[in-house]
Design a protein around this ligand. Structure first.
Ligand code: ACO
Length: 186
């Protein structure tokens, strides 16, 4: 598994992975906005398939996915198994003017879970937000029922629950609004 910065050529595969793993989906232009505005804040986890015996034409170049649609190839043999999409808060209406980052989306393909990939992706993004963009903290939302993600954020990465946002999600589920202070001086 390789963790590297995400590029524009990865966004289709990132969107595919997102559609597979989460009900919160975004238009391609929103991925593009992240990568163009904060290129250092988003990462992908990739691996190389052993393509011996696999007919190359099985990989649809336009969608970067295989016929079943559950694998996202960026280039021949390289596939995305996880991603983190990060940004700096840029809403001029936001009350808090302290520079801070936000994790828009994180997911790892099912067969690659519990290998530490999400933790690595998160750490890379958090580090870049702090070092490159001067983020003093990073925020995110997570479903109250999402035990795996909650464990990752709270226990592995030391995020704190700041508040509960009622009916944050389209289906009415509440979100934990979480935050990690990045002030490394303290
Ligand atoms: N149950 C309990 N704890 C878990 C689980 C689980 N199923 N999965 C991960 N964790 C916790 C553990 O503390 C784990 O450390 P440990 O293995 O040493 O015990 C730690 O997280 C790190 O786990 P990773 O292996 O790095 O996590 P993984 O690569 O499996 O990815 C993720 C975790 C992203 C939550 C994955 O399960 C996934 O893609 N889920 C579906 C999509 C999703 O829920 N994404 C987050 C939505 S919130 C947002 O995007 C801002």
């Amino acid at each position: 598994i390789t963790i590297r910065q995400a590029t524009i050529s990865d966004i289709q595969a990132m969107q595919n992975a997102n559609l597979h793993n989460l009900p919160e989906n975004y238009q391609l232009k929103y991925y593009m906005y992240h990568i163009l505005s904060w290129p250092q804040a988003s990462f992908v986890a990739t691996t190389y398939d052993d393509i011996v015996g696999v007919n190359d034409t099985e990989v649809d170049i336009a969608t970067h996915s295989d016929p079943k649609g559950d694998t996202s190839y960026v280039r021949k043999g390289e596939k995305i198994v996880g991603y983190v999409l990060g940004k700096m808060e840029d809403d001029p209406e936001a009350e808090d003017k302290t520079p801070h980052g936000h994790i828009t989306s994180l997911s790892v393909m099912r067969t690659y879970r519990r290998m530490g990939i999400a933790e690595k992706l998160m750490k890379q993004s958090l580090y870049a937000m702090c070092e490159v963009f001067g983020a003093q903290y990073v925020s995110l939302h997570v479903r109250k029922s999402n035990r795996a993600a909650l464990h990752l954020y709270r226990d592995s990465l030391n995020f704190e629950i700041k508040s509960i946002e009622k009916s944050y999600y389209q289906d009415g589920e509440d979100a934990y609004a979480m935050r990690l202070e990045l002030d490394l001086e303290k």
